[in-house]
Design a protein around this ligand. Structure first.
Ligand code: ADP
Length: 613
C-alpha cells in the first residue's frame, strides 16, 4: 500500500531536518528557513525571515557566484561558503541549491546548507600540525627521515638537502644509499633489511658524504610505527657522531702514548738506581743518582699534567689568587727553567713592571710550558726570546723560538686536549696536554692565547691577561653617526651610505658582543646595507666569539638590512682565523668578502653589485 504524505508531514520533515534549509526570492530575500538553519546561525524567525541572504554571507563572492548560477537555472552542488552568525562567529558550509522559474523568470530558489565547520577546522589543524612537524624536523640538528613500511624513503628534512647538497628528490626512494661510504653500505643494508623484516629497532653507524666536508660518521636510528600489529611507517634520524668517534680514537692513542711516556723515565730511573747500587762508594754513584733524580722529575711532571687534565675535565681546577709582582714572576720562572735547560739562552727583552692579581704557581706553569716547548721544538737553535708588556690594559707575554715552526692548519688546534702534530709526534716526546692545560689556566684568569708561526722559521706563543675585569670606557658619540671608544670606532659614511667600523686592540667574547650590538644599532639607525669592517688593528685571538658572530649576530644584522660585508683581515693569524670561522658557520646570506687591503674592500663595496654577480 502506498502512502501519500500530507503537506503537514512534509513540513514536519523539513522542520526536523538537521541540515539548514531556506528559500529566497529573486531578490535574495529569505522567504522561508527551517529551525536547523536558524539554530545554526543563532537567529530567531523574526530576526531571520525577510532579510536578504547576502547579509549573512561573509564571503560575498561565494553568494554572488551561487546567485549567478541560479539565474542561469543551473543547479548548485556543494558550493563552499561562509555564513555569519549572530554572535559574530562564522560557519563553513556547503550549499546545494536549485532555482524555480516562472514565465522565464527566476521566482525563488531552494537551498540546503550543510555545516562543515568541524570538518574544515580539523583539516586546518591537520595542515597546521603537518607544518609544525615540518618546522620542527627542519629545526633539528640531525638528519630526520621517514620511510614506508617497505623501507622506501618518503620524507627527509631540510638538513639532508643541505648536508648532501642535492634536492630532496635525489635522496628519496633509494637515492640516500649513494651517500654512504662504500665500505659501510653492505652492513647498513643488512641491518635495514633485518629491521624491515622483524620490525625491530634499526641502529647502525656509517659514514655519510657531507658536501664540502667529506665522509663523517653518523649514527642512524629508526623506530617503526605499528598499527594493528603491522609496521605502517619508520621514523628515523641520522646523528653526526664524527667528533665523538675522533675523540674516542684520540683517547685510545693517548692511553698508548701515556703508557709509553710514563714507562721511559721509569726504565731510566730503574737503570740509574741499579748503576748507583753497583757503584756505591765510588765517585760515579752520586752522578747516577742525580740522573735518576732528573727522570723522577720528568715522571712527576707527566703525572701532574695527567692530574691537571682530569681536574679540568671534572671542572675542579682551582686557583689561589693573590697580589703579585708580575716582573718578579717572569724573572723567577725563567731563572728556574734556565737551570734545567742549558742548551738554550733565554733572553728577557722586556718585562712588564706591574702588579697583578692571579695564581702565581699556575701562571708560572704556563710560562714554563711555553718555554719547554720552545726548547723542545727548536733543537737546532740556541736562544729563546721572552717579552712581557702592558698593552690596552692587558699583560701580554710572548715566548719566541727559532725552531721547526707550525703549519697554519694546526695553529688553532694545538690548544685542544691530546692534540699533537702527526708529522713531528714521533720525533718529539710528549702527551699533547701542556698547551691544553695552559689554555685552561689562561682562561681561568679571563685571558686569551694565540700563536704566530712560520714553518722552519719558528713560533711565537702569546698569552694575555686582563689587568682589570671591565675596561673603563671613554665614549664619544652623537648616538646616530659615530661611536668612538677604546676597542671600536663606528662611523656612518653618509656619502657612500655605509657603516665604517674599526676594531681596536685585543678582543674577546665580551668586547665582540658589545661592539657587534653597537654596529646593529647604528646600522638600524642609518638604515644602511653595507659595512666596511676593518680588523687591521685587532690583536690576539677572539675565537670564543666566532660562533656567536656567525650564528647569532649575522642573522640579526641581516634582519636589520645588512647585505654586503667587506671584512679586512687582521694581521694576527688567530684573529683572521676567528673571522673566517664566523663566516664559515654563518647562518643567512649576507654577502661577505675578505680583503688584505682597505682600498680593495672599499672598491668592492662601491661597485658591489657588479662584483657580486
Ligand atoms: P706536547 O709538547 O707534550 O706534545 P703540548 O700541548 O705542549 O704537548 O703541545 C702540543 C703540540 O703543539 C706539540 O705536540 C707540537 O706538535 C706543537 N707545539 C707546541 N709548541 C711548539 C713549538 N714551540 N714549536 C712547534 N710546535 C709546537
Amino acid at each position: 500500500m502506498v502512502y501519500k504524505l500530507s503537506s503537514a508531514d512534509l513540513q514536519g520533515f523539513i522542520d526536523g531536518a538537521t541540515a539548514g534549509i531556506h528559500s529566497v526570492d529573486a531578490s535574495g530575500a529569505i522567504i522561508y528557513a527551517n529551525r536547523a538553519e536558524m539554530d545554526m546561525l543563532g537567529y530567531s524567525e523574526e530576526e531571520y525571515l525577510g532579510r536578504n541572504i547576502f547579509e549573512f554571507h561573509a564571503d560575498k563572492t561565494a553568494i554572488t557566484n551561487i546567485f549567478s548560477l541560479l539565474q542561469q537555472n543551473l543547479t548548485v552542488v556543494d558550493h563552499p561558503a561562509t555564513l555569519l552568525c549572530k554572535d559574530g562567529s562564522t560557519r563553513d558550509v556547503l550549499i546545494n541549491s536549485s532555482a524555480h522559474f516562472e514565465d522565464g523568470q527566476l521566482a525563488y530558489s531552494r537551498c540546503f546548507t550543510r555545516d562543515i565547520t568541524e570538518h574544515t577546522q580539523a583539516k586546518k589543524a591537520l595542515l597546521e600540525s603537518e607544518a609544525e612537524f615540518q618546522f620542527m624536523a627542519d629545526a633539528m640538528p640531525q638528519q630526520v627521515w621517514t620511510a614506508c613500511h617497505d623501507g622506501t624513503l618518503d620524507y627527509v628534512n631540510k638538513r639532508v638537502e643541505d648536508n648532501f647538497g642535492v634536492t630532496t628528490e635525489k635522496v628519496l626512494g633509494e637515492g640516500w644509499i649513494t651517500f654512504i661510504h662504500p665500505e659501510d653500505v653492505d652492513q647498513c643494508i643488512k641491518k635495514w633489511k633485518h629491521s624491515l623484516l622483524t620490525g625491530e629497532l634499526y641502529e647502525v653507524e656509517f659514514r655519510l658524504h657531507i658536501e664540502g666536508e667529506g665522509y663523517r660518521w653518523h649514527l642512524a636510528r629508526a623506530v617503526p610505527l605499528i598499527r594493528d600489529g603491522k609496521v605502517v611507517k619508520w621514523y628515523g634520524t641520522n646523528t653526526d657522531i664524527d667528533s665523538n668517534k675522533q675523540a674516542d680514537q684520540k683517547k685510545d692513542e693517548f692511553i698508548s702514548i701515556a703508557s709509553h711516556e710514563l714507562k721511559t723515565p721509569l726504565t731510566n730511573i730503574k737503570a740509574f738506581i741499579q748503576l748507583a747500587e753497583k757503584t756505591v762508594g765510588s765517585p760515579k754513584a752520586p752522578d747516577f743518582l742525580k740522573k735518576a733524580q732528573h727522570h723522577v722529575m720528568n715522571l712527576q711532571r707527566l703525572i701532574s699534567d695527567l692530574l691537571d687534565t682530569s681536574k679540568i675535565n671534572a671542572g675542579k681546577m682551582s686557583y689561589n689568587f693573590e697580589e703579585l709582582d708580575f716582573a718578579d714572576l717572569v724573572k723567577e720562572s725563567i731563572s728556574n727553567f734556565s737551570q734545567q735547560s742549558p742548551t738554550h739562552k733565554i733572553i728577557l727583552e722586556s718585562n712588564a713592571d706591574v702588579k697583578y692579581h692571579g695564581d702565581k704557581f699556575r701562571i708560572e706553569q704556563v710560562l714554563v710550558n711555553f718555554l719547554s716547548n720552545a726548547v723542545k721544538y727548536s733543537p737546532d737553535a740556541d736562544k729563546i726570546t721572552v717579552k712581557s708588556a702592558v698593552q690596552d690594559a692587558n699583560i701580554v707575554v710572548s715566548v719566541q723560538d727559532y725552531g721547526i715552526g707550525i703549519e697554519p692548519e694546526h695553529l688553532t688546534k694545538l690548544f685542544d686536549r691530546f692534540y699533537r702534530i702527526d708529522s713531528t709526534a714521533m720525533k718529539y716526546q710528549g702527551l699533547g696536554l701542556g698547551l691544553y692545560i695552559s689554555s685552561e689556566i689562561v682562561k681561568g684568569h679571563g685571558g686569551t692565547f694565540w700563536i704566530e708561526s712560520e714553518p722552519q722559521q719558528g713560533s711565537t706563543f702569546y698569552f694575555s691577561l686582563p689587568l682589570k675585569a671591565a675596561l673603563p670606557e671613554d665614549v664619544e658619540t652623537d648616538d646616530k653617526t659615530f661611536y668612538r671608544t677604546n676597542f671600536i670606532n663606528i662611523e656612518y659614511n653618509q656619502e657612500h651610505q655605509r657603516l665604517e667600523v674599526d676594531w681596536l686592540g685585543f678582543q674577546n667574547l665580551e668586547s665582540v658582543q658589545k661592539g657587534g650590538l653597537l654596529m646593529l644599532e647604528f646600522l638600524q639607525k642609518n638604515q644602511c646595507e653595507n659595512v666596511l669592517n676593518d680588523n687591521t688593528n685587532v690583536r690576539g685571538n677572539w675565537s670564543e666569539a666566532s660562533d656567536w658572530a656567525g650564528k647569532v649576530w649575522f642573522p640579526m644584522m641581516q634582519r636589520a638590512g645588512l647585505k654586503h660585508f667587506a671584512w679586512i683581515y687582521s694581521p694576527s693569524t688567530f684573529s683572521a682565523l676567528a673571522a673566517k670561522k664566523s663566516v664559515d658557520v654563518m647562518i643567512g646570506d649576507v654577502q661577505t668578502q675578505f680583503f688584505y687591503d682597505r682600498g680593495e674592500a672599499v672598491e668592492w663595496l662601491s661597485d658591489g653589485e657588479s662584483y657580486l654577480k
